[in-house]
Design a protein around this ligand. Sequence first.
Ligand code: CA
Length: 224
Amino acid sequence: MHILLIEDDPFIARAVSAALESEAHVVTYAPTGPEGLAALRVHDVDAVLLDLGLPGMDGIDVLKNIRAMPAPKGSLPVLIVTAREALESRLEGLDAGADDYVLKPFHMSELIARLRAVARRKGPIAGDVLRAGNISLNTVTHAVTVGGDVVTLSKREYALLAALLVRPGAVLSKRALEEKLYAPGDEPEGNAVEYLIHALRKKIGSDAIENIRGLGWRIRERAS
Ligand code: CA
């Protein structure tokens, strides 16, 4: 799935993103409500994970703004995340059109299970296809094709390709990729990213991923 995460706490955001990405989901992250709404206009996401306690525009207002959008965005599955003591705002959140809520602190496995459940309840998901050149990746079915041919990737190869495809042409550092591919506490081997890039190039074409010396890697926007 492609998930929009609206959360102002960078520590929670990082942990949630890493957990989702390690399960091969694609995460678009926004630290404020207005940035979240802007991201929603640009990306076709499958579900929104929304923190209620946001600075500036409050989570409930973000939710109301989402519900005011024309379909299909207005009816996206929204899972709200809120502190245990904020009982009143939780009820208000459900009234404002949230599909479900999770209390902080939460177990990552519970969060992911709830997210899957709300997304499933909304019926079949159209899917967001990320593309660059002749490569396409469906964030719901996880199908990856190169020039129309289906390629089979490991979970980490898929997550690596998805991370690069979210912003074709943008360079991702080794550190940034490690953070996307490994959950906190699951420390990768020193050359793990390089090995994955090597394995992925063998499957999708050696020219597809470009190394920018000293900076990192990016996906080529056009097939060469
Ligand atoms: Ca917060």
